[in-house]
Ligand binder design. Sequence first.
Ligand code: A2H
Length: 259
Amino acid sequence: EGVGVQEYTALKLRVKEWPEAAKSKIQGKVPEGANVYFVPATLRPETMYGQTHCFVGPNITYGIYEVKKGQEYYFISERAARNMAYQSIFPEPFKWGQWTKVAELQGSDVIGTLVHAPLSAQKDGIRILPMESVKASKGTGVVTSVPSDSPDDYATMMDLVKKAEYYKIKKEWADVDILPIIETPSYGNLTAKFLVEKMKIMSPKDAKQLAEAKDLAYKEGFYQGKMIYGNFAGKSVEEAKPLVRQQLIDAGDAFAYAE
Ligand code: A2H
């Protein structure tokens, strides 16, 4: 990928309910009553109202890392934990470059976890689901899904709904209403759906086409998009993006993460 620094917004999705496979792996390692957060890295904080799921790579190894002893823990890739340690994201008593892993899990262990997603219109929570194209080498290895505006997320969601049995998930976990949050002149108010259908993308494995759709969606959304939902409805996406980001950070629901 490109040179230079990518400034992500790292969002904190609090676990409300673990599946059995995860429970047995964290028992005795994560204290009872502690908060564990899935931490996706996003470049589109203004879209967080539209979160419907959160994706992990089923074959990726993740860790649960201590942030505040007995109180706060992050579910992320080992690589992200190391990067965070060198960005002083883990507070005292951790020194720069230090981190503590309390448990290790596969993405497949956490499928079905229910998490609370900040700003999402899905107030009861969203589910952790599998996405084969998640890269262990990017961000935190956790991707929050916004199927209204991300073609990758939309294509993955459609596949999960269609093949719920194959993916060993409950269909209703995947089949969530898609909320229009941004209006654009060329693609309407469900940019990802529009592009995936127009370009006849049939599967999340159509990588080349999806890359093209992602480019188009990103440019149109950022430069021409207008918010039609949330605290900054009426503002342009360009204006709203830093405002939503700051609001999330001020609320303690997100932090800056760079790589
Ligand atoms: B974006 P860049 Cl609405 N593997 O967030 C695969 N994809 C990953 C990832 C990983 N390990 N980590 C982050 N990402 C996704 C929202 C969004 C995103 C929308 C539209 C476009 C979009 C909701 N998903 O990204 O390669 C995350 O998805 C298209 C650029 O570092 C993150 O932002 O440029 C984006 O890719 C980071 O991609």
